[in-house]
Design a protein. Structure first.
Length: 337
């Protein structure tokens, strides 16, 4: 993005007078639409192609590091005319965009360094779980393009009760420069947040929730619902929009509702029976519930195995064994004790 940065004429004193110059090998000088400079001075050759011997002549101050400024074409022509460039093809260009090259340390890198420092020195969890809020906008740091020095943390402090941090960066490359950042840092969890009110028994669909990172202190005492398990689960207790879902808010969908008519299945080796019954409890798959057998009017226990289906829990037959030696004796010889 180009910003409005002033580019000022240099105070060059008395300008020498040159004869008209038409460019190297007779090639006509042409205005450039844009230029990138590495220093704090803009030279004629940065703005005009085929400037010949005048190319290295300084004419403007460059913008600040990392910034772009616009120079009107008319101002360029006025600046180069004293150096013999009388006829310059402007090619319909109204202004020349001049950018000062820089090494940029972006806001994401600044934030990442702060988070790494805080998590290394304080018990804040993993860096990817930390959310920071700065007291003021964080802007990129622009350094000279040739500057290879690394930022180092001169001072870092964190107050757990208020979750406030204060960090000072320093860069030493001949001159000592510092940058200070303050704000708050909190550990977060990724949670499922309903986009609408959900009532008990409703099945959670993908469109019903969004996934957000929320501060850990919002979930004190109750674990957040596992992200992978939310969709397809049923609501155990009503929740409001924007209220993070907890494990206690969810349950397996109930396949049988209390007072529903169900099919009772009874199976033992060699026998398979089905009969009608009335559910006396609600239950999800795998739950044991009570069911009233409509024919016998007896209450039986069964496991929910599907939508409207309950399988009776049958006891495992107990095998009765006899003493072989005793059984071989005559009845009169067996002990009566």
């Amino acid at each position: 993005m180009r910003t409005a940065v002033s580019i000022l004429f240099l105070a060059l004193g008395t300008l020498p007078a040159f004869a008209q110059y038409t460019g190297a090998n007779g090639t006509q000088p042409r205005l450039k639409p844009a230029a990138t400079v590495s220093g704090d001075i803009v030279r004629i050759g940065d703005l005009v192609e085929n400037a010949g011997v005048a190319a290295n002549t300084p004419v403007f101050r460059a913008p600040d590091l990392g910034q772009t400024g616009a120079v009107p074409a008319r101002a360029v022509l006025d600046a180069v005319r004293p150096y013999g460039l009388i006829i310059v093809d402007v090619r319909g260009i109204a202004e020349v965009a001049v950018t000062r090259a820089s090494r940029t340390i972006g806001t994401e890198e600044i934030e990442a360094q702060i988070v790494r420092a805080l998590t290394a020195r304080y018990n804040l969890g993993k860096p990817e779980t930390i959310k920071t809020v700065f007291d003021r906008d964080v802007r990129p740091i622009h350094l000279d393009a040739t500057n290879t020095a690394d930022l180092s943390i001169m001072r870092a402090s964190y107050e757990p009760s208020s979750r406030r941090f204060d960090v000072v960066f320093e860069l030493t490359d001949g001159a000592r420069t510092q940058w200070r950042y303050s704000g708050s840092a909190v550990e977060t969890f990724e949670v499922a947040v309903p986009t609408r009110a959900l009532g008990r028994g409703e099945i959670v669909k993908a469109s019903d929730v969004v996934f957000e990172r929320r501060p850990k202190n919002e979930l004190t005492g109750e674990a957040p619902a596992p992200i992978a398990d939310v969709t397809g689960m049923a609501i155990k207790r009503s929740v409001r929009p924007g209220q993070p879902l907890r494990t206690a808010d969810l349950m397996k969908p109930e396949l049988v509702q209390k007072n529903d008519m169900v099919t009772i299945h009874y199976q033992v080796p060699g026998i398979a029976l089905t009969m009608r019954g009335k559910a006396l409890d609600s239950g999800a798959e795998g739950d044991t519930i009570s069911v009233l057998n409509i024919q016998s009017k007896r209450t039986v226990q069964g496991i929910v195995t599907g939508q409207g289906h309950v399988t009776m829990v049958s006891p495992v037959p107990t095998r009765v064994t006899t003493n072989t030696a005793d059984s071989a004796q005559p009845a009169s010889a067996r002990s009566t004790q």
